[in-house]
Design a protein around this ligand. Sequence first.
Ligand code: DSN
Length: 421
Amino acid sequence: MKLQKQDVQIAKLIDLETNRQKTTLQMIASENHCSPAVREALGSHLTDKYAEGYPGKRYYGGNQFIDKVEQLCIDRAKKLFGVEHVNVQPHSGSPANAAVYVATCAPGDPVMGLALPMGGHLTHGTKVSFGGKFFNAVQYGVDEKTHLLNYDAVEKMAREHKPKLMWVGATAYPRIFDWEKLGEIADSVGAYLVADIAHIAGLVAGGAHPSPVPFVHIVTTTTHKTLRGPRGAMIMVTAKGLKKDAELPKKIDKAVFPGLQGGPHENAIAAIAVCLKEASTPAFKKYAKQIVKNAKTLAEELKKYGFNLVSGGTENHLMVIDLRNLPHRQAGKSITGAEAQDLLESAGISINKNSIPFDPAGPFKPSGLRMGTAAITTRGMKEPQMRQIAGWINEVISNHSVAPKIAQEVKKLCKKFPLPK
Ligand code: DSN
């Protein structure tokens, strides 16, 4: 109400965005709807406080309550993921990953990660990002036929390049990682192994994806994807990590502050603590399992309509459609990922264009579409709604003119499944 009076322009824009989220399907695989409790913590007075340092060791005074908030957040994360040390201060995923480089490598050291066009992340060694700019990065991929991580190639590359740091994690990989195998490869060359579980953190916390914790040294994650918290990130050190390097927690804390960041966002940290409490409930376990059930149903239905999926399906929360060679496309008229994204957006279905492995088209007009089920599962949607949504996606891609009609149907469905109250 105060915002309405004080800044009508921003208030209006917030209303419009809220309404967009309420009346359309958020299926960008990295998005979700956090709880009102998380939003309340995020909008609290904690945003006003400077707290450079760590609990019990701050630069400024007046942090007696802030210390308790941050410690609670750390303790909850340690318990939920079964790790030895957690830093909850990174502002987002990229600074978290930057801190891992700073803590474990010197500029120019050899590092390895999954290539971005194969489903990896910018920060895992892409040339345009700091990992590729300041370190000697080599990139592995997926098998051309199965689209599964090519573990033999990973092993060969590791033996050849002897990376100091090996990243495993993805933004568009629909399959389960063999953490044990990757752990063996990293150990055989003495590399630090980092699991970036940003996409699957909620699935790991809810028992719907195997945990990397026994096999890796470090785990990084954002907190706002399947984990359903506010925007933020965490860096965790496992028991295996401590065994490799007892100084790792100290090195990571130093890399975050004062290495890369100043004052932590304690309002976000309080909101992460709330989300971690939510993620340790039986209801969240059920939610995580339903995300995967929904993704599998959506993928199977899309396949029935003739869509080709990268790797042939999904075992997690996301899938990537290969839009080339759709059997029902109009003769001589294919659709690019960018066109399909706009078209589905106009039908009230928000997804994103994405590269497919070995994509013959460039990154700005890729041949794929990525979609995920985390946010629509939060709204309470289940298998019957997945079938309905697959049907709509098929209708819109087959016949572009039906988009406005489908948008109305999507709106009706959204009304039945409101955002978390
Ligand atoms: N931008 C995120 C995603 O959409 O997967 C990754 O950082």
